[in-house]
Unconditional design. Sequence first.
Length: 161
Amino acid sequence: MAIRAEALVNKGYSCLEKGDYGDAVKFLKQVVELSPNNPEYYAYLGEACFFNKEYEQAQDAFDKRERLILQNSFLNSDVQGYRGCILLEQGDIEKAEALLKEAVEKKVQSPQIYYSLAMLFLRKKNFQEAKKVLKKIESMDPFFYYRKIKDLLNQIGLALS
């Protein structure tokens, strides 16, 4: 299948070089149908659509490429976690909780995301869970912990007593 996809890409680029943008789009659409999870094929299709003055389709192809790259990126859980942090700051606790918990399940490495999850638990008065998350931050990044967390942990301890 990879050989067929590459052949279609070559045909599409050959058409682009000749200025036959409509056929280029046709071949490159076949490529993304054949390999819908390859982000680079969407870049090629977006380029062909652009030259064919199909701007909305070009934007759609580039957006699909971006989503695929992000989906396959090791930073995806960080991006997801920071989106949860933003939602928490904006007061959308339910959506924030879902994103933060999922990021933590994916073993995100940013202590800020864990900190936001702990703050979420504090807002919900779930002190035991907040304390667990804060302990995780302490083992993960002691400097972050002591800079931002020590007073919070003391407050949780007072609330639990």
